[in-house]
Design a protein around this ligand. Structure first.
Ligand code: SF4
Length: 280
């Protein structure tokens, strides 16, 4: 952490003293914990649901971020390693999974905690896909399910919307690694494996079609989840929701390529689906 290379941004800052692009120091900060969260894919949602842990800050910081209130960092409470372990011990009693949401920039601190305490329920690593495979290799024995975004097949779009020039190549490498985690299902629920998400962005249908084509060629046997829920936030450069026609075009292509997976309902594009990070 002295010269941070936790993610491919390689900011080379000392995270004990300085923040990099992710806007967080090395101490874990959590903006919200929601018990029995029911909004993830059905294969990880049983009657108890997941314990959703929203980490503060983000190493990608998409300009249209739905969770912009927390992704800019410094929102929520700091957790020492002991406090984080205590949280895991408390929450594993009443939830079926842990859902670590945007954890990437705290990977080293999370790894250190998990080396001291491994929860009894599966951990979902829910990330943007912009990760370091070297770090994931160290975390892998603690992670049961990778729930990864595959945002851009078009690097120009990644540059414009997420200030990153190599998203496609990076995410491909991450998917290749995470795909080694074999899918294991029990009673219709994923206990181990990989779920790949793609959020369709208004006005960027070609990006979605290219992304689906790549996923179909390389991961047609894995669970892919197509998402419609984009809702413009105050500072988003994308000012509108998807049109029914845009989603229909992408969903049709999805159905052509994939035998299994999920297509989010079109009416999921609502503020109601964004957690309130300002209240309790
Ligand atoms: S984790 Fe944060 S500081 Fe480290 S390289 Fe990534 S963005 Fe930069």
């Amino acid at each position: 952490m002295k010269i941070c290379e936790v993610c491919p941004r390689h900011c080379h800052v000392d995270r004990k003293k300085s923040e990099g692009f992710c806007n967080e120091l090395e101490t874990i900060r959590i903006s919200k914990v929601i018990d029995n969260f029911m909004w993830e894919e059905p294969c990880v949602t049983d009657e108890k649901g997941v314990c959703a842990i929203f980490f503060s800050g983000c190493n990608l910081k998409c300009s249209y971020c739905q969770n912009y209130q927390i992704s800019r960092g410094k929102v929520g409470n700091l957790y020492s390693e002991e406090a984080f372990i205590d949280l895991l011990k408390e929450k594993e009693k009443n939830n079926s999974y842990f859902d670590f949401i945007t954890p990437t920039h705290f990977s080293n601190s999370i790894l250190s905690a998990l080396e001291k305490y491994q929860p009894k329920i599966p951990i979902i690593w829910n990330s943007s896909g912009y990760e370091s495979v070297e770090i994931l290799k160290k975390l892998d024995r603690f992670i049961s399910i990778y729930l990864l975004d595959f945002k851009y097949a078009d690097n120009d779009l990644g540059k414009r919307l997420s200030h990153v020039s190599n998203y496609f190549e990076t995410a491909k490498g991450v998917l290749d690694f995470c795909a080694k985690k074999e899918d294991i299902f029990e009673n219709g629920l994923t206990k181990q494996g990989l779920i790949i998400r793609h959020l369709v962005l208004p006005g960027e249908i070609n990006n979605s079609l290219f992304a689906l084509e790549y996923l179909a060629k390389n991961f047609s046997d894995r669970l892919v989840s197509l998402m419609s829920q984009f809702t413009p936030t105050p500072n988003s450069p994308i000012k509108r929701k998807l049109t029914p026609l845009e989603y229909k075009i992408v969903a049709s292509r999805f159905l052509k390529h994939f035998q299994k997976g999920y297509i989010q309902d079109f009416d999921s594009a609502s503020e109601d689906f964004i957690p309130n990070f300002t209240g309790k």
